[in-house]
Design a protein around this ligand. Structure first.
Ligand code: ADP
Ligand code: MG
Length: 299
């Protein structure tokens, strides 16, 4: 159980080395997030953002140290206790992870599955109250009119909003978001990030969101935790931060305006590369999922 004195997440000296890896993915990470905080995990690809987020709801097991989420020591939980904790923590992903061949409404309904017994096939097999709740969340994210369309007919930004509606089905206390806008164009990115903040405020959610875009992190988060090579190299309120400080996350310190400008160009290029690779990967992942679904025998 939690009360207002319990941190939403408390991580102490967390270390993680994946089996067979030569270097740790996380090392000596300590971090406490208070209820209602809006925190950005900022770092380049490979810095450990996803690994850290995945420890918070027990998707990874620490090699060293401890993770306590909503007052529960995560590594000690198994079975229904772990499921119960995960029910209190929503997770949204870069690739949305929707089932493309299902309707938008069914995708949202799957977020409420943990409250039901057994698998469901088809909208009418869900209790009416759950269907109404799902439609309410779709309305909130501005997609009610798309409820009966196939999810893969929606744009990336719309799909991520569906994923947010799906996460809301479990009435989460914490929302973890792993690069939620990395596959989106700038306009949809802005809309999705704004929506996350609005919903967080409405529901007093704690949000921990990984990003690799410095500007977005600075403008969106209340607090930035910078990761580099699995270590926390920065942890401060965004108000207190300058762009130069943030650049240190990227391994170098720029001292003159022209150096900062050069780094910015470099970063923009790197981001563009990452974005196009990620968009390609997203597209092929979606195709695979749709194919799997098409090949699956009807139940
Ligand atoms: N399942 C895994 N098995 C082995 N190594 C992994 C796995 N997931 C991530 N890593 C490694 O751990 C490091 C941190 O990765 P990750 O947490 O995905 O970083 P980020 O999300 O910041 O890109 C990287 O070196 C990555 O290659
Ligand atoms: Mg990642």
């Amino acid at each position: 159980m939690t009360n207002s004195d319990t941190p939403a997440v408390r991580i102490t000296d967390l270390g993680k080395t994946y089996p067979g890896a030569k270097v740790p993915a996380l090392e000596g990470v300590s971090l406490s997030v208070e209820p209602g905080e809006i925190v950005v995990l900022l770092g380049l690809s490979g810095s450990g953002k996803s690994t850290l987020l995945r420890h918070m709801n027990g998707l990874e097991t620490p090699t060293e140290g401890a993770v306590v989420s909503l007052g529960e020591p995560v590594a000690g939980l198994i079975g229904r206790h772990l499921r119960a904790l995960r029910g209190r923590i929503g997770f949204i992903f870069q690739q949305f992870e929707l089932v493309g061949a299902l309707t938008v409404l069914e995708n949202v309904l799957t977020g409420g599955l943990s409250s039901l017994r057994g698998p469901r096939v088809g909208i009418v097999t869900y209790p009416r109250a759950l269907r109404e709740k799902a439609l309410g969340h779709l309305d909130r994210v501005g997609l009610l009119e798309f409820a009966y369309q196939r999810a893969d007919q929606l744009s990336g930004g719309q799909q991520q909003r569906v994923a947010i509606a799906r996460a809301l089905m479990q009435d989460p206390e914490i929302l973890l978001a792993d690069e939620p806008v990395a596959s989106l164009d700038p306009e949809s990115s802005g809309q999705v990030m704004a929506l996350i903040r609005e919903i967080a405020a409405e529901r007093s959610l704690t949000v921990i969101c990984s990003l690799h875009q410095v500007d977005l992190a600075l403008s969106w988060g209340d607090r930035i935790v910078g990761l580099r090579a699995g270590r926390v190299v920065l942890d401060t309120r965004t108000d207190d931060l300058s762009r130069e400080e943030v650049m240190e996350i990227y391994g170098r310190v720029a001292t003159t305006t022209s150096e900062i400008a050069a780094l910015e160009d470099e970063l923009a290029e790197a981001r563009e590369q990452v974005r196009s690779q990620e968009a390609q990967r997203a597209a092929s992942a979606r195709d695979r999922l749709a194919e799997d679904f098409a090949n699956e025998e009807p139940a």
